[in-house]
Design a protein around this ligand. Structure first.
Ligand code: TTP
Ligand code: MG
Ligand code: MG
Length: 409
């Protein structure tokens, strides 16, 4: 395997896995530069666990998901800070945008990581290694943060590669080195191996991925069942048929906004919900997706947060329907009059938009709304997002003089 550069075949290792280093901790430290180089832990919440820790804290054995009390014992000098989720979301969005500048084939896996298939980006941006270097340089220049990138022929191997070169690393696994890279690793490194499977493998005396590759498939079947045996056997031989699919890995679309001042007025919050519903619906339509579950998030001035969600009878990509559901959730939450600092709208449980039903009550006119939304999208495309907004978002004063209306196609 090759660290950093190294010649690669003309095609082959085209999958990148990008993962931010100590993400929550690193973003929080951007606002606290005096703490750089110190052991810092981001944690708290009702469960009191470590969410993220700087590598200085990890040197003491601290790691994520560990109870805070234990982390404090291991590293008494560590400073424990609360998470700042809004900031993490903002940085995440910008980092994902950097990745989407390279290729539309970006599949985010969590707030701080994504897969890219760069096979189609070679002509524009160079080899996968050059692309990986460019991404790392841009994230560092734009955000002041480091990430680690694994480059490999499959998603599974790319993900392991990024983990193995952390922090601030780049690791390339050319196709011919995949088996040599995988086989010494413990079985727990395989996707889909949890504690129970690991124990079953252990009973067979299988400790490494290489042991699984050498084990007869029949033996694995007896111990694990057909599906799991096939899956692990294939991965152990470096086979991973999954393609980077920006749609299937995206489980939700959300938009949220931190208000510039805390707001208690219901009308104003409703308008914020309307605007965010429009953003969410627009992003759904841009991806050809529809949602079955609409949720809201309300964070109060004291930082307590409530979320509510409702599953619809039919999937939708219509702004008005998402808004109507969001507004109902807001009203039913019984939080009128409280000062709010952040509002969010989320669409989850996504399906293909083609499956969208149009069987709602006749007065809801989803088809008409949908057409209106699509026209709005088309205009937004040509004149920039925000060029067209629902009337209730416009200032209530008489509008300023406007440029002549663009000609409609
Ligand atoms: P990770 O990428 O797993 O961890 P990390 O970025 O902190 O560190 P590494 O350098 O090893 O990648 O997770 C990304 C962020 O997700 C992490 O900073 C905090 C958050 N997180 C949770 O909120 N809950 C969890 O259980 C875990 C594991 C992470
Ligand atoms: Mg990370
Ligand atoms: Mg991660």
């Amino acid at each position: 395997m090759t660290s950093e550069a190294g010649p690669m075949g003309p095609m082959g290792s085209d999958i990148l896995h990008v993962d931010m280093d100590a993400f929550f901790a690193a973003v929080t430290l951007l606002g606290r530069p005096e703490l750089r180089g110190q052991p810092v832990i981001i944690g708290g919440g009702p469960r009191g666990v470590v969410l993220s820790a700087t590598y200085e804290a990890r040197a003491y054995g601290v790691h994520s998901a560990m109870p805070l009390a234990r982390a404090r014992r291991l590293c008494p000098s560590a400073l424990v800070l609360p998470p700042e989720r809004d900031r993490y979301q903002e940085v995440s969005r910008r980092v994902m945008a950097v990745l989407r500048d390279v290729t539309p084939l970006v599949a985010p896996l969590s707030v701080d990581e994504a897969f890219l298939d760069v096979s189609g980006a070679r002509r524009l941006f160079g080899t996968p290694v050059e692309i990986a270097r460019m991404i790392r340089a841009r994230v560092l220049a734009d955000e002041g943060l480091t990430c680690s990138v694994g480059v490999a022929p499959t998603m599974f191997v790319a993900k392991i590669a990024s983990t193995r070169c952390k922090p601030d690393g780049l690791l390339v696994v050319p196709p011919g080195d995949v088996l040599a890279f995988l086989h010494p690793l413990p079985t727990s490194a395989l996707w889909g191996v949890g504690r129970a499977t690991e124990a079953a493998l252990d009973r067979l005396g299988l400790r490494t991925i290489g042991d699984i590759a050498d084990c007869p498939l029949l033996t694995l079947r007896h111990a694990l069942g057909d599906a799991a045996a096939q899956h692990l056997h294939a991965l152990a031989h470096g086979r991973d048929e999954r393609a980077v699919d920006p749609d299937t890995t995206e489980v939700s679309v959300s938009a949220e906004h931190t208000l510039s001042v805390d707001v208690a007025e219901a009308d104003q919050l409703a308008r914020e919900l309307l605007r965010l519903s429009g953003q969410v619906a627009r992003r759904l339509r841009a991806r050809g997706r529809a949602t079955r579950t609409v949720g809201i998030k309300i964070r109060f001035a004291d930082f307590t947060t409530v979320t509510r969600a409702r599953t619809l009878r039919e999937p939708t990509d219509v702004s008005q329907e998402i808004y109507r559901t969001a507004l109902a959730l807001f009203r039913e939450a019984g939080i009128a009059g409280r000062a709010v600092r952040l509002v969010g709208v989320r669409a989850a449980n996504l399906t293909e938009a083609g499956a969208t039903g149009h069987q709602l009550a006749i007065d809801e006119r989803p088809a008409a709304w949908s057409q209106l939304d699509r026209a709005t999208d088309a205009a937004g495309h040509r004149f920039g997002a925000g060029a067209v907004a629902p009337a209730s978002l416009l200032p209530r004063q008489p509008p300023p003089p406007r440029a002549p209306k663009p000609h409609n196609p």
